[in-house]
Design a protein around this ligand. Structure first.
Ligand SMILES: [Cu+2]
Length: 160
């Protein structure tokens, strides 16, 4: 079969680019700790230690380890403000009370969808103190642009 030299060159370039992109995805996900948000549960889980999982909360599991049970609804996040000390690792459990929402913490790798009937789970470590805006990045109605929360990463000394 005859393949024109230009076409052959473009095929080689295309395949090489795909391989470069594939390697870039693997390397960046391993080196930057990027993880795909996973499905944690289909229904609100019942916590074995008595924490109600059908309401918003933030709790400390141990030194530098936190969990946040977050609800998205038209047009707010609950809790609207989460405070953790710098260096903390936080596992977010994300629920939707009504329809599809997004949960994006700006300037971080955290981004997942709040899907009704499912619990999204993602874990991230926040080393840089500051105030991080949490926005909904899935259009969810007329109040979508006003749907936001805050993650406040405090200087370690501020929480002692
Ligand atoms: Cu929205």
């Amino acid at each position: 079969m005859h393949v024109h030299p230009y076409e052959r060159a473009w095929i080689i370039v295309s395949v090489a680019l795909l391989m470069v992109f594939g390697v870039a995805i693997v390397v960046s996900s391993l080196s930057m700790g990027i993880q795909i948000p996973g499905l944690s549960a289909r229904l609100a889980p019942v916590s074995p230690d008595g924490f109600a999982s059908d309401e918003p909360w933030v709790r400390q599991l141990g030194p530098g380890r936190y969990e946040a049970n977050v609800f998205a609804q038209m047009w707010a996040f609950q809790p609207s403000e989460i405070r953790v000390p710098a260096g903390s690792t936080v596992t977010f459990y994300l629920h939707s009370r009504d329809l599809l929402h997004g949960f994006k913490i700006l300037d971080t790798n955290v981004s997942l969808m709040a899907i009704p009937g499912q619990v999204g789970k993602v874990t991230a470590t926040f080393n840089q103190p500051g105030e991080y805006l949490i926005v909904c990045n899935e259009y969810c109605g007329v109040g979508h642009q006003a749907m936001f929360g805050r993650l406040i990463v405090e200087e370690p000394s501020a929480t002692l």
